[in-house]
Write a protein that binds this ligand. Structure first.
Ligand code: FAD
Length: 418
């Protein structure tokens, strides 16, 4: 394929989802990434330290694409409650699946399970090709205007796709080489992630404490044997970068002790921890997601603080909305790289992403403050929300991804709806 209809740079969760969603049409799709998602026989015996909380909307997308059953056969963990509290005071909000009339609030899934299952589906599609290569350079758009871009891959091959997709993550080369402007701010925070075992079972409740140094989340995972109440959680501990560096150097016993204390021993002592990984946190939002013949999706378009676990959920929606717009255009015989087609995708996704990013930024600032009147106000606010079922339901609908301009793939319902 040197002139595919769609060239997707990046086989992360967003890029693979777009490829799978487009594969039903008679489009030739090429996906490139220097790393193929690892197959289960290559997985270490430990849990993947990268875990995502997937919303109902994301589950619907993965179900309708036909990968959800394969994911559950590997390992996913439904959570049925959420407990959020303020370290400085008594503020506390709890959400339960039952009171909201749903069986679960979401699922915790190791990223390698999702990428592997999407990749396995993609390999069955005759019109999709994967090459283990990187984008080297985007060359001049020789014809100008709406014409295709010429892309140089790391093996020296030149590709001229009708539509180029940047799904190459937070450090996107597609975005940077094409000069997409971004609004970026570093939080001065890093997140430590790992898998831990606690003294007490988590009972499938996702818990998050807001400390003034940053939020700390314990996300419930299933036991490997699945035979007993699980005491295994994935943690995301956001700290100032200096504190994170210090904590990364602690030995396991000291790390478990400090982690348990920061979490107010809500699940008893932390008795074991896997290898730790540390990620710097930045918020980044491309001013535009599209140019004629090019679109950005997922972290290439936006990165968001992990405190609400929304990053890839927004990325799945980007992929589903863009696929919907491309497929509609293709059905009508319109060129798929047409600026008007891509602008519709941008219009549908940008406002939604911006809203989620602004709300999360507001939370981060509100809980990052040590100004006493604001601490009192947020504690009162949490107590107020916790008493008002209707407001809680609205927050939950948004957190489950079931509000806003949903593409057909993300809506509950039959596969035939899509
Ligand atoms: C600590 C932490 C916790 C998080 N928790 C959650 C959560 O609970 N829920 C949630 O929804 N989100 C969460 N996120 C965010 C989520 O992990 C990201 O939003 C998601 O991984 C982005 O997926 P993506 O496919 O857009 O990009 P990526 O996963 O970054 O994939 C990009 C792909 O592009 C490839 N690539 C890069 N450069 C090139 C190139 N030049 N040529 C070809 N290929 C290239 C890479 O190899 C990679 O495979 C969390 C993030 C962090 C840091």
């Amino acid at each position: 394929m040197t002139q595919p209809d769609v060239l997707i740079i990046g086989a992360g969760m967003a890029g693979l989802t777009l490829a799978c969603a487009l594969a039903e049409a008679d489009l030739q799709i090429l996906v490139v990434d220097p790393h193929a998602p690892p197959a289960p026989e290559q997985w270490p015996a430990t849990f993947d330290p990268r875990v995502s909380a997937l919303t109902h909307a994301s589950e619907n997308i993965l179900r309708k694409l036909g990968v959800w059953d394969a994911m559950t056969a590997h390992r996913v963990a439904a959570f049925t409650g959420m407990d959020v509290w303020d370290a400085n005071g008594t503020g506390n909000i709890q959400f339960g699946a039952e009171e909201s009339g749903v069986t679960h609030l979401g699922h915790l899934v190791e990223n390698r399970v999702t990428t592997h299952c999407l990749f396995a589906l993609l390999q069955q599609c005759a019109n999709v090709e994967f090459r283990k290569l990187a984008l080297a350079r985007i060359l001049e758009n020789e014809n100008g205007g709406d014409a295709a871009w010429k892309v140089l891959l790391s093996d020296g091959c030149e590709i001229v796709p009708t539509l180029l997709i940047g799904a190459d993550g937070a450090q996107s080369k597609v975005r940077d080489q094409l000069g997409f402007r971004c609004r970026t701010w570093a939080y001065g925070q890093s997140a430590i992630v790992t898998t831990v075992t606690t003294e007490q079972p988590h009972d499938n409740v996702a818990r998050q404490i807001f400390r003034d140094t940053g939020p700390l989340a314990f996300l419930p995972l299933r036991e490997l044997t699945n035979s007993k109440r699980s005491c295994i959680s994935s943690i995301v501990w956001s700290l100032t970068s200096a504190d994170a560096q210090r904590i990364m150097t602690l030995d396991d016993a000291a790390f478990c002790q400090q982690l348990g204390a920061a979490f107010e021993q809500r699940l008893g002592k932390v008795i074991a921890a896997d290898k730790r990984f540390c990620f710097p946190l930045t918020q980044n939002h491309a001013v535009d997601y599209v140019l004629p013949g090019v679109a950005l999706i997922g972290d290439a378009a936006h990165t968001i603080h992990p405190l609400a676990g929304q990053g890839i959920n927004l990325g799945f929606l980007d992929a589903a909305v863009l696929a919907e717009e491309i497929l509609h255009a293709h059905e009508k015989g319109l060129p798929i790289g047409d600026f008007s087609v891509l602008r519709r995708y941008q219009r549908r996704r940008k406002a939604d992403n911006l809203l989620m990013m602004s709300v999360m930024e507001g939370f981060k600032r509100l809980f990052g403050t040590s100004i006493p009147p604001l601490q009192v106000a947020r504690n009162l606010g949490m107590a107020f929300f916790n008493r008002h079922t209707l407001i809680k339901q609205q927050i939950l609908q948004r957190a489950m991804g079931l509000e806003g301009d949903l593409p057909a793939l993300a809506q509950p319902g039959l596969i035939a709806d899509f």
